[in-house]
Design a protein around this ligand. Structure first.
Ligand code: ZN
Length: 446
């Protein structure tokens, strides 16, 4: 086994060496070339799925669909929308039988969004992951001024699916110690210890959950002591408030976000022009749909439905991820042709309820709260329909009474008014996974 993995690493190293420069240029290629790459991956995925994956075999038979019905990414909408609970209930139904199950890497998604799900990753998808990382490589090189031996501090739970995955990728990395030097700092270490480890390592890049980055730099910005400032902070998973983005930029730290999920390759990533996230539409095409599953035009916000065209273990085509996002119609000023997605705007499970029980988009409260520079971070807890508890971590010196009053007043003026009670706290509660969810429901205590 060991020998086989060494042989695999050699093959991957050779392939990566050839493919890496091509991959760096890929986002700049013509729309036709990018769509051609997408169609090729689509064809290969669909061909594989209809032969080897029980779910697609049976669905195809039931609906009279075959691989020939999928010529373009839009055709993926012909398949039923796979909901998360379906995958949860029967993970193996979606796994390719082309290889024994033991060949795959088994990942569990965090329990923060409810029940965890089991996802099988094909080993070669690790290679694909490394390859798509190359697309943002020029951005990282530019912002850090370092093409080689870039120092990266990853703040992550000691054990999570992403940590495990990164460890596996790390072991395979042919440029390990050459392109990047990486340390992992445990997310659950006390804040002063995390900060001390960053100071000692002096990274060019700090990466982690948005909430972890926020906690660290909120704390450091208000302390009197000197601290190491990385060139770039990269965050994924939970979000980063607009205020903290501004705070980081003010400290001279560029902020980049990456949109990914355990069930997908990198869906989209931010470049240094910060006008949205470049969508890797060839490896993970996204459809934005309304509540009935119909595709929405560019510029309109809706549910994110993905198709993972890379993985040959658990195969997910037309899978509802649960986030909300928008396809941005304008091209990015950086010159990359890969189109832009908005930052994902929270999970559909995070919609709030009005007094009458009507759903209220999470963006509604966000757009009120984002205007307060006095707010460092917040959490919304829906206590009952129409009633919210807003837990606020305030900036030092903020006039708390005035902030509380202004928030309550503006929430009360909404089309569907919300009764918002503001309270102040030093910290926000974290889910077991380590993520901080912005919107919680009091009933489930999630
Ligand atoms: Zn760009």
């Amino acid at each position: 086994m060991k020998q086989r993995s060494r042989a695999r690493r050699l093959v991957w190293t050779a392939r990566l060496t050839v493919a890496a420069p091509f991959e760096e240029r890929f986002p700049f290629r013509s729309t036709e070339a990018i769509e051609r790459a997408q169609r090729r991956r689509l064809r290969e995925s669909v061909d594989h799925a209809f032969v080897h994956v029980p779910y697609y075999r049976e669905t195809g038979k039931r609906l009279g669909l075959g691989p020939g019905d999928f010529q373009a990414a839009g055709d993926l909408g012909k398949l039923p929308l796979i909901e998360r609970d379906r995958l949860q209930a029967d993970p193996q139904y979606f796994v390719s039988e082309a290889e024994p199950l033991d060949n795959h890497l088994e990942l569990q998604t965090g329990g923060s969004t409810g029940e965890p799900i089991t996802f099988f990753r094909h080993r070669s998808s690790l290679y694909e992951r490394m390859l798509t990382f190359q697309r943002s490589e020029p951005v990282n090189a530019k912002l850090t001024g370092r093409r080689w031996r870039r120092r990266i501090a990853m703040i992550a739970p000691a054990s999570s699916s992403t940590t495990d995955l990164n460890r596996k990728v790390g072991r395979q990395r042919f440029w390990k110690g050459v392109r990047t030097v990486v340390i992992t700092i445990p997310l659950f270490d006390p804040l002063p210890e995390i900060e001390a480890q960053i100071d000692a390592f002096r990274p060019d890049v700090v990466s982690g959950y948005g909430s972890a980055i926020e906690a660290i730099y909120n704390d450091l910005a208000t302390s009197d002591r000197e601290f190491h400032r990385p060139s770039v902070a990269v965050y994924a998973a939970d979000s980063l408030s607009d205020q903290v983005r501004r705070l980081l930029t003010g400290l001279g730290i560029e902020v980049l976000s990456v949109y990914q999920a355990v069930e997908t390759p990198t869906i989209a990533w931010e470049c240094d022009r910060h006008s949205g996230l470049h969508h890797n539409l060839d490896v993970c095409p996204v459809r934005i749909v309304d509540d009935d599953g119909s595709e929405l035009p560019g510029g309109e916000s809706g549910r994110v439905v993905v198709s993972n065209l890379v993985n040959r273990a658990t195969m997910l085509l037309n899978y509802g991820l649960g986030d909300l996002a928008t396809k941005l119609p304008d091209p990015c000023p950086c010159g990359r042709t890969l189109p832009l997605l908005s930052h994902p705007q929270g999970r559909t499970s995070e919609w709030m309820l009005s007094r009458s029980g009507a759903p209220i988009h999470p963006q509604t409260m966000r757009s009120i709260l984002r205007n307060f520079d006095e707010i460092r971070r917040y959490q919304l807890i829906q206590e009952q329909p129409g009633k919210l508890r807003v837990v606020v971590v305030a900036a030092p010196g903020a006039d708390r009474a005035a902030v509380a009053e202004a928030i309550a007043a503006r929430a009360g003026e909404l089309g569907e008014p919300l009764d918002a009670r503001v309270e102040f706290s030093e910290t926000l509660s974290r889910a077991e996974s380590g993520k901080v969810r912005t919107i919680l429901r009091a009933e489930t205590g999630e």
